[in-house]
Write a protein that binds this ligand. Sequence first.
Ligand code: TC6
Length: 703
Amino acid sequence: MSSVVDVRRDGDIAVVTIDNPPVNALGHAVRSGLHAAMRELRDDASVKAVVLAGAGRTFPAGADITEFGNPLQPPGLGEVIEQIEAMPKPVIAALHGTPLGGGFELALGCHWRVAAKGTRPGLPEVKLGILPGAGGTQRLPRLIGPVEALPIIVGGEPIPAERALQLGAIDEIAEGDVIEAAIAFARRVLAEKRPIVRVSEREDKIAAARADRSAFEAAAAEATARTRGLEAPVACAKAVGFAIDLPFAEGLKREHALFLDLVKSDQSKAQRHLFFAEREAAKVADMPKDTKPRPVVRAAVIGAGTMGGGISMCFANAGIPVTIVDATEEALQRGLGTIEKNYGISVSRGRMSADDLTARMGLISGTTDMTAVADADIIIEAVFEEMEVKRDIFGRLDRIAKPSAVLATNTSYLDVNEIARATGRPGSVLGMHFFSPANVMKLLEIVRGKATEPEVLATAIDVARKLKKVPVVVGVCFGFVGNRMLRARSLESERLLLEGASPAQVDRALTDFGFPMGPFAMIDLAGLDIGWRIRKAMGPTADGGPAPIADQLCEMGRFGQKTGRGFYIYEKGARGGTPDPEVAALIERTAADMGIVRREISDEEIVERLIYPMISEGAKILDEGIAQRPGDIDIVWVNGYGFPVRLGGPMHWADTVGLAHIRDRLRHWAQFNPALQPAPLLERLADEGRGFASLRTGRDKAA
Ligand code: TC6
């Protein structure tokens, strides 16, 4: 019938299977195939009921996102779903895997839903900057109630099958094979002559909200309280409101109109770009196709400090036993204590059970004996940033670790090649740069050394996925992708202070732009002493310097939040810092000493001078091959540094602004600071009227 939609018979039941790997996305061929199959089954009197299923790993995981950039070819998904719902014979969805987005909407158009154990249905459209535009915002509230539907649609997180059953979103969890269970379900429906349930016709679950909207309004206000400038969550809540206020057909029309507006918005384009960029970032262009990761059963972490502890938690959370090694018993016990305390906080907040805490701590062991790492499949070094210390550790690991072990350093800027040369097996060495707090932050820069073997790289990527991280493969340079671009920003942020801005103004300009935190609040949080030590050890320009203000603050013992004072003052118990007149005076004095005449600085100038140089640095990173694609840089900045999701990352945003404009502005600022001269690649692309996206090596998917 159709190559992607298969129909077979089990007596008088027809089983329709969507077979469109990898995730059975509901692209044009699937929609046409379904449409034709349903028409035929409707008219076939020998068919008494229909089971709808997905082949392979999942029931459809949504509309085909790659089609969103182009005009939609009929039949639309909404149309197919309406056709299914209108079928005069029972249609039962057999769900497994991740029935997401349009896939779950398709299931909502069926008359009943049976799910395999472990199925996780959901409506994640909001994460792509859109809404469930095939009736999901109208049917789910009618099925489970608007207050219950709201967080699922606005939040976009999938729900476990048990929860879905409890809510009434599914009708049964199958013990064995889900298609068999759905066929049996269909037979029962027929035997009992149960009337067909069309969700669009149900009014019972919305009656209460129709009579009194207050609970819904409160839930909507809560669900959209922290959307950080994203339009889609607000539109999602609005659409659920249509289900309460309007007849089904009218609600459907309004939902679709909102969907069409969102799908062509810059925000949705940015979010779709990030979806595909995230999947591409872990792909290595020159990695042989048949490269297989090595199995990782045991891990070891060297260093029980903040990073080492956080990394160990990641392994324990993934169920992988991990041994932490530190030089002294005292440091080790302190580290283990911190881990237990962190898990304890999760337990007290109800995010984890006491049993989970015991189980996870049971996966973590500590020792001061380095030879204990001999059976580890991966060893991650997370001691302080000193080359000699790291080389010494890698030299010892080389003698102890088993031949197949992956040896990784968590350095955030040191030369991974030099560390690798401390071993007799540089091919087994790479960087795995976690971000702090390591158990929370998603980003993982995987730093590929000159000698790193493909299999070792593949293992690190595989481990990253198991730890639920977002891996981005990068090359070796000072600071890799993220911190190298951050340096470009830091350099300008101090100059802005000297030229007339205040720390609070700079920070506000960037939080208005969409960052969760400005550069000075961020340095105060991380500790000013880190950069200060690097500058003292490696010269004043090493960490985004020269930084005359930060250096003087450090000399005054103002290291940021941990000392109660930094660029701001931190009162006990207060959230965030307050501006300090002493710092303002210090800035004025320093500017005068340096002969800088301070002036009014606009927020616009702050954004240009902080973000455009980052983009220019990003261009150099691409030119040098440190990042494989512009999208990789976007993934680093969105997941590691809070670059606003709605803008799609610095390189995507640069294309939206226009590279010629950015080049012109950088040339303008370069008159005052030659370091701001636009990078050659930026110049070239701007001259050719191109954007960074035109450099994409991968498939040109997210339009
Ligand atoms: C929607 O439904 C709107 C409806 C309204 C219409 C009017 N389309 O993530 P993985 C690709 S919006 C196209 O690596 P996993 C993906 O790019 C959609 N392609 O696998 C990758 O390709 P590659 C709502 C898709 O097992 C491959 O499949 N649905 C789609 O870690 C494997 O993906 C969603 O937002 C798609 N919908 O995770 C769900 N989905 O191999 C989006 C995946 O060439 N998808 N691909 O790189 C996901 O969340 C995950 O892919 C997953 C599987 C959980 C389904």
